[in-house]
Design a protein around this ligand. Structure first.
Ligand code: HEC
Length: 120
């Protein structure tokens, strides 16, 4: 194996999957969440109309998002708004997304808020 080949193998096994995973979660967010939560997570997606009884959470607000633990996020994403006494406008995703996908989305939301969330 030439040095170049070895480098390519290392890049393929370390670097690229991480990049792919980051890109994948953005695609996932765009596909499933952005129509309500907005591409940048501000809760201003094209699906949100004035007759929405509640606005989708603004994920860029560290103040709001620090009130919730990652476990809180996971519950509401998997089981939907009503499971945590929130609006049914937030659909449950447990049948659509795997737990690993939901975990990736939670990490993405934490990037959007630039916050760690409530610890606990
Ligand atoms: C059909 C519109 C819609 C879609 C699609 C949607 N959401 Fe929501 N989401 C909402 C609304 C509305 C709320 C606010 C519910 C409330 O506060 O009562 C919400 C709330 C949430 C919350 C809870 C925030 C909190 O304060 O407890 C999280 C987390 C969340 N959404 C994540 C997601 C993720 C991740 C996706 C994509 C997999 C997604 N949502 C897709 C409408 C949507």
């Amino acid at each position: 194996m030439s040095k170049l080949t070895i480098l390519a193998v290392v890049v393929a096994s370390l670097g690229l999957p991480a990049v792919a995973a980051a890109a994948e979660v953005e695609v996932m967010f765009k596909f499933y969440c952005a129509q309500c939560h907005g591409l940048g997570g501000k809760g201003d997606g094209p699906n949100v109309s004035p007759d929405f009884p509640v606005s989708p959470r603004n994920f860029t607000s560290a103040e709001e998002m620090n009130k919730l633990t990652d476990a809180d996020l996971k519950n509401v994403i998997l089981d939907g708004g009503p499971s945590v006494s929130k609006s049914p406008m937030m659909p449950p995703w447990g049948k659509t997304l795997s737990e690993a996908e939901v975990d990736a989305l939670i990490r993405h939301i934490r990037v959007l808020c630039a916050c760690k969330g409530k610890q606990g």
